[in-house]
Design a binder for this molecule. Sequence first.
Ligand SMILES: [Zn+2]
Length: 399
Amino acid sequence: MSAAFLNLQEFNKHLKIINTHCHHLPDIEHQHIGLDFILNKSYVSWCKVDYGDTFDKKSEFLRLVRFNAYFHWLEKALCELCGISQNLTAENWSIFDEKIQQLHQNENYHLEILQDRCGYEKVILDPYWNPGSDEGHPGFFTPTYRINMFLYGFNTQAQDHNGNNPYTVYGWESSLTFDEYLAKMKEQIKEHIQSGCVAMKSALAYDRGLDFCETDKEKAKRGFLNPNANAEDIKAFQDYVFFEICNIAAEYNVPLQCHTGLGKLEKSNAMQMQEVIEKNPQTRFVLFHGSYPWIQDLCALIHNYPNVYADICWLPIISGNACETLLKELIEVGTTDRITWGCDTWTSEESFGALLAAKQVVAKVFAEYIDNFYLSLVDAQEFNRQIFYENAKNLYFKS
Ligand SMILES: [Zn+2]
């Protein structure tokens, strides 16, 4: 470990943080939880390896996931929070479980981890089960407003991947004209921004491709509440609605957070958004997750478009290595004000792990730049503070 790395790790330990993206579950879900709940609500469950309830199955589970990054960082967080120095094994499984349950007897423990251990001053919450909600903690959780459902109002039965549709969520009538639909959508977005949402969020990469094209209104109209609409008409409707959302984001001056990369994989890489980015220069597009695994897509967009921001949320726990590569290229091709970080997790334990992962990557990358005389320790400290705090503050909380 170089002296620069250790110095940055120490400096970053005390940073105030604005976490730009999180799915923290409502208070009630964090009561009386144990190891199983945390694993089930973590990305480790995305590995789709069952750990069952027997000693042998747990051993096999651990053998398989042991070196997966999701597991690695969650385990690190659990060891630190529980004060246990050994790795998780089938033998000590119940020791971890009992310790977690004991800590959660304090019903505010889940918030104390976020505020005291992680040092979050604010968390931008994306509660897709209740779009735009602050889960009863205004000021600390500042919501982003998820807009996916508005692209699924082309008929009353359609749903986005979270099961939402504006006719059911907001009780809209199915006799709306296209203009009335667009006006109602704008009204909903405006109300949410006025009630505290600091951004809009598109998770459309889990629903469809990110190839949003400029479309004329007549064509888009054919896809709206039309029983004879074909796939092309529906895409035209969705593309038009997405462009409208970009307009609204510019008008109300809120950033549009966009999931890019993993998701449906087909057309979910960030370059698919080049047209919509280029044609909406007043909209600030915050592209999430480094467009992983297509990280160079993001570098190209950052290089060419000043209205593109890179939020490295989730990436440090997907692959620290990819995140290092991306961060280096962002330092070199971008500007210091356009990198932010969020945990992108459901539980506080995993959030803490995601933060440890991010700090490790950031310290490692910047230490290398210090050792190569590209920047000084003071420059690196300032840049690190921008990534974890200042840039998010300027992007989302500047009135
Ligand atoms: Zn997310």
